[in-house]
Design a binder for this molecule. Structure first.
Ligand code: FDA
Length: 511
């Protein structure tokens, strides 16, 4: 996309897109009417483009505000199911009337593909936000959670049932369970307990003919595929059954910032790469490079008394962080989830975006690092970051349990050998006018700059599906899923042979 600098091809593309759009909107008219009639007869709530409440409901869960722009390819309908038969009816109506459906749970898709179309085709959006029942069974340490629930709602419900149970999933609590569980799901418990997908034990899936399947009836390959093979490809996951994990009564947290005076932050990050992924699974220390500083934020499953000697050990600790007892805070696991979100325990249930997130668009991408990056390269990364006040480089340590799950156990393949994931972000106020062109270019330039230093042993270069990036080009499948991609296409053929569930980066049928 960023190579479209030559005006002539750009004009040609726009003309073609316009042709396509006119064709699709006129040819989809008949099926549109049929779809609307069908869902209305099934008593499913539906809002039509142009209706008063349509924009309000559509915009409510647009989590990358750059897609609030008028140029965004919007759905023709927002369909709001309140129960399983509604979802089944909506899918049947869609398929019978040739109306494509996109599913939105929490709306955090980085490229907005749950609610927008790049290809300019007409479609209906299934808004799962009313389907968010959570039932925790602390006898069996399991829970059923509907896809429209947020991670914060799930964590909160678990903590109400027991303060000794938790769930290993993402940090941002407004993220939807539906998309998150479909693509992996990493967070502060990943080094001890793996990803969300490593802890899913059953699911209910509505497939293209409207049938509702569970783990047994969908079969092993499809059950494998929906746990990490990406949302929007196989059907609509109505709900998930998860295995909860044990958390100690007391966990500890700290946050230490190192400014880059005399290269101190560069030194700290260079050393962090070697030690953080080798620490015991109970300890998660994330590093964030921003504003010429490195910020280390940690969650430890244990007390400060147990953490301090680990940190200060000269042989395998992080003594150069100079962690003092007063830097360490003890709390419950649920309080630690609030802490990493700068929120309160009650605030975890809030479904609205933070003030910052609701007015800043962003561009992001991911990489996997298998060998520590040299100090001089980090100096350059810091310099490049400094040129962009809102840019961030986020480093999430792997190792621990992540290394003990085989690459093909789930579609998420980035396991043993990965030291950490590296995420590049840049933000801009959406009101600023240029649509974040400069910030987007920065992410793309950084991605090119990082090429020699990332995923060096694994070709192609790796990427995380849940940080979806349309800039990855046509080879996105093996980048996200490595050797699992082919098996995903076979699962797709088995469950959705007519490719009803599709988007710009959905799993295709096998070649
Ligand atoms: P959304 O509703 O946009 O769906 C994403 C994709 O899944 C779409 O293709 C959609 O069609 C499909 N889908 C959604 N619901 C479905 C359903 N019920 N059945 C089938 N398909 C469905 N990740 C992470 O691992 N750890 C983290 O800490 C974070 N933190 C984070 C913070 C912020 C601010 C953002 C924007 C994102 C993250 N993520 C993350 C990434 C996040 O996991 C990813 O964007 C998820 O896909 C979001 O799921 P939602 O349901 O919110 O998205």
């Amino acid at each position: 996309m960023h190579k479209c600098l030559d005006l002539a091809p750009l004009l040609l593309t726009l003309t073609c897109l316009f042709c396509c759009f006119s064709m699709i909107s006129s040819s989809s008219q008949a099926s549109s009417d049929g779809f609307l009639q069908c869902v209305t007869e099934a008593n499913v709530s539906v809002l039509e483009q142009g209706e008063g409440l349509f924009n309000k409901q559509l915009n409510k869960y647009i989590r990358n505000p750059k897609f609030l722009a008028n140029t965004t390819g919007r759905p023709l309908y927002v369909v709001m199911p309140a129960n399983a038969p509604h979802v089944q009816a909506a899918v049947r109506c869609g398929r019978d009337n040739k109306m494509p459906i996109r599913v939105r749970s929490g709306g955090h898709d980085y490229e907005g593909l749950s609610y927008r179309s790049v290809d300019a085709g007409g479609f209906a959006m299934l808004d799962m936000s009313e389907l968010r029942t959570i039932v925790v069974d602390n006898q069996t340490s399991t829970a059923w959670v509907e896809s429209g629930a947020t991670l914060g709602e799930l964590y909160h419900a678990i903590s109400e049932a027991s303060n000794l149970l938790g769930f290993p999933a993402g940090v941002c609590t407004t993220v939807g369970v539906g998309g998150h569980f479909s693509g992996g799901g990493f967070g502060t418990l990943m080094r001890k307990h793996g990803l969300a997908v490593d802890n899913i034990i059953d699911a209910e899936l509505v497939v293209a003919n409207g049938t509702l399947l569970n783990k047994t009836t969908m079969g092993d390959d499809v059950f494998w595929a929906i746990r990490g093979g990406g949302g929007g490809s196989f059907g609509v996951v109505l709900k998930w059954q998860v295995r909860l994990v044990t958390v100690p009564e007391t966990v500890s947290v700290f946050k230490v910032s190192v400014h880059n005076r005399h290269g101190a932050a560069v030194n700290a990050v260079t050393k962090w790469q070697k030690v953080a992924p080798a620490m015991p699974g109970e300890l998660y220390i994330r590093a964030l490079v921003q504003n010429d500083a490195a910020v280390f934020r940690a969650v430890f499953l244990g007390t400060c008394d147990a953490l301090l000697p680990m940190m200060t050990s000269k042989s395998d600790g992080i003594p150069w962080l100079n962690l003092r007892h007063s830097d360490c805070k003890e709390m419950t696991w649920i309080e630690s989830m609030a802490y990493v979100n700068n929120s309160t325990v009650k605030g975890l249930r809030k479904r609205t975006a933070s003030d910052f997130d609701s007015i800043h668009g962003f561009k992001a991408t991911t990489d996997y690092v298998r060998h520590p990056i040299r100090r001089e390269v980090w100096t350059k990364i810091f310099d490049k970051q400094l040129a962009q006040p809102m840019a961030q480089v986020v480093l999430v340590p792997y190792g621990g349990r992540m290394s003990n799950v085989s690459e093909d156990a789930t579609p998420f393949p980035h396991r043993a050998g990965v030291l950490y994931s590296l995420q590049l972000y840049n933000y801009w106020p959406v009101e600023s006018g240029d649509g974040g062109a400069m910030q987007t270019r920065w992410v793309r330039d950084m991605y090119a700059f990082m090429a020699p230093y990332v995923s060096s042993e694994s070709k192609p270069r790796g990427a995380y599906f849940n940080c979806r990036d349309l800039d990855l080009g046509t080879n996105w499948g093996p980048k996200y899923f490595k050797g699992n991609y082919e098996r995903l296409t076979k699962a797709k053929a088995a469950i959705d042979p007519h490719n009803y569930f599709s988007n710009e980066q959905s799993i295709p049928l096998p070649k």
